[in-house]
Design a protein around this ligand. Structure first.
Ligand code: ITT
Length: 196
């Protein structure tokens, strides 16, 4: 079956397609297939609220079963910031570079580098029903970037178990990441959710 992936972030499209590659009978469509979608205003206070809003608004717009990902970096020493504001941490015209520069500036004298990524994947139906799944991954913030793959905060996100940043291990990232963990939960429930 065809499932529409509601995101404007091409890195998310690549990752979600790679993670879902082995899921039988599911074909992921996205803006990369030439389907245009309106921007959804992300004004929720939680990953769950924003993820459900994106999935449901775009499911209604396309008339297709739609999945959305709302995700972000939560830093312990910053009380969970940037959290749901991760994409625009350094302001309206933020880029990955400006967000990382701000994060490094704010964290420069901080010894506690513990952090985690969160991804909430929602499957939304055009009739308004939504099913959300949360995944997380623990890490530590590096002081210098490492690696060239991935996107966003990946070059600063160090995973002790592998001794590497997420930007240094794209294949492994797609097995262990917050996004992979949320998608595994969706995959487990997919038949039930689709039949509901
Ligand atoms: P859509 O809303 O269109 O999906 P977006 O990039 O705006 O795209 P979010 O609002 O969910 O998505 O913001 C997620 C931000 O969190 C993202 O832009 C990165 O800065 C960060 N982020 C999320 N997942 C990440 C990952 O796997 N690696 C690095 N940074 C990540």
């Amino acid at each position: 079956m065809k499932i529409f992936l509601a995101t404007g972030n091409k890195h998310k499209i690549d990752e979600i397609k790679a993670i879902f590659a082995n899921v039988k009978d599911v074909e992921i469509l996205s803006i990369k297939d030439g389907i245009e979608i309106p921007e959804v205003v992300e004004d929720g206070d939680t990953f769950e609220a924003n993820s459900a809003k994106k999935a449901l608004e775009i499911a209604k717009f396309t008339g297709m079963i739609t999945i959305a990902d709302d995700s972000g970096l939560c830093v312990d020493a910053l009380g969970g910031a940037p959290g749901v504001y991760s994409a625009r941490y350094s302001g309206e015209n933020a880029t990955d570079e400006s967000n990382n520069a701000k994060l490094m500036e704010v964290m420069k004298d901080e010894k506690n580098r513990k952090c985690h990524f969160v991804s909430v994947i929602t499957l939304g139906k055009p009739d308004g029903r939504a099913y959300s799944f949360r995944g997380e991954i623990e890490g530590e913030l590096l002081c210098e970037p490492k690696g060239k793959d991935g996107f966003g905060y990946d070059p600063y996100f160090y995973v002790a178990e592998y001794g590497k940043s997420l930007a240094e291990m794209p294949e492994i990232k797609n097995r262990i990441s917050h996004r992979a963990n949320a998608l595994k939960k969706l995959e487990k429930e997919l038949d039930r959710v689709l039949a509901d």
